[in-house]
Design a protein around this ligand. Structure first.
Ligand SMILES: NC(=O)c1ccc[n+]([C@@H]2O[C@H](COP(=O)([O-])OP(=O)(O)OC[C@H]3O[C@@H](n4cnc5c(N)ncnc54)[C@H](O)[C@@H]3O)[C@@H](O)[C@H]2O)c1
Length: 288
């Protein structure tokens, strides 16, 4: 119960990585405000936390909206009396955000950047003063991605946004370090969430999933708890000297030379011509 007495906000805390993070922080003793556009799922997660003996509240809203960002901080302080931890995790993209700068509309770019970057700016704008008033330092954890470290084709919105998260994290660590507030980012590899499981079962098959696993030096993809565990550490008192870092939690995906991965998997692909992955639903990887 290392976070006993702390108050936390988890954006996108209903499902997936955020859902597991909300449960993890509550298990460590924090009171958790789950902020999400999916109110029913957020409520279900809060009930799950309460059933396990934790304390959670729910706020419905889109965190790229300034009123919601301000409101979530007010709500956490109103409900729990303070704010110590802010995990900025919410993201949900649509097909309109897939493509190069030539293909994506200006409106889709702006909407993507609003959620990927402006929401994090707003979270800090309103969250940091509340952490200062609470008077015990603070922790901000921003969720980037391996897509912030390594670039994929036809993904200008996501790759630019997740790269920006890394820059914002480093910059904010400088600004807020003197207040005792650490700001770190996590770059997850492929994490199979509830939504990911659905995509895999609809569009992928076992051979395709194995192809994904083979690209990871640890020979598996991730689960939400892999990320929640790292966030739990970064939010703990033991991590007070860690700030401005982007921690890849990716089973080694981002340290392996691409040429080496291709050599590792080429025979597998040749021998499993019928493999299908969840990406086959997205139409991003046509034949060139
Ligand atoms: N799953 C992965 O493989 C993976 C890999 C790298 C990075 N990430 C990042 O991790 C974070 C969580 O992803 P996930 O896979 O758990 O996604 P998910 O879709 O399973 O969960 C995202 C949650 O955010 C909520 N949400 C979406 N838009 C919102 C908004 N505007 N305001 C408030 N809530 C909103 C959703 O309702 C959902 O509960 C995202 O930032 C994502 O980019 C995921």
């Amino acid at each position: 119960m290392s976070l006993r007495g702390k108050s936390a906000i988890v954006t996108g805390g209903a499902l997936g990585i955020g859902g597991a993070t909300a449960r993890r922080l509550a298990r460590d003793g924090a009171c958790v405000l789950v902020v999400d556009v999916e109110e029913d799922a957020a409520r279900a997660n809060a009930e799950r936390i309460a059933a396990a003996g934790g304390r959670a509240a729910v706020m419905a809203g889109d965190v790229s909206d300034e009123d919601v960002a301000r409101g979530m901080v007010e709500r956490a302080v109103g409900e729990f009396g303070r704010l110590d931890i802010l995990v900025q995790n919410a993201y949900g993209g649509g097909a309109d955000r897939v493509g190069s700068a030539v293909e994506v509309s200006t409106g889709s770019w702006r909407a993507g950047m609003d959620l990927l970057t402006t929401a994090l700016f707003l979270g800090a704008k309103y969250g940091v003063p509340a952490m200062e008033v609470s008077g015990d330092g603070g922790r901000i954890v921003n969720i980037s991605s391996v897509h912030g470290l390594l670039m994929a084709s036809r993904s200008v919105v996501y790759e630019a946004g997740k790269s920006a998260v890394i820059g914002m994290t480093r910059q904010m660590a400088i600004d807020f370090g003197p207040l005792g507030i650490t700001v770190n980012a996590i770059a997850p590899g492929h994490i199979v969430t509830e939504r990911g499981e659905r995509l895999w079962s609809e569009h992928g098959n076992a051979a395709g999933f194995r192809l994904f696993e083979l690209q990871y030096p640890v020979r598996r993809t991730g689960v939400p708890d892999d990320i929640a565990n790292a966030i739990g550490f970064l939010c703990s008192a033991e991590a007070s000297f860690v700030t401005g870092v982007t921690l890849p939690v990716d089973g080694g995906l981002s340290i392996q030379l691409q040429e080496d991965i291709v050599m590792e998997v080429k025979n597998y692909i040749r021998d499993n011509a019928g493999l299908r992955t969840h990406f086959d639903s997205q139409g991003r990887y046509g034949r060139r």
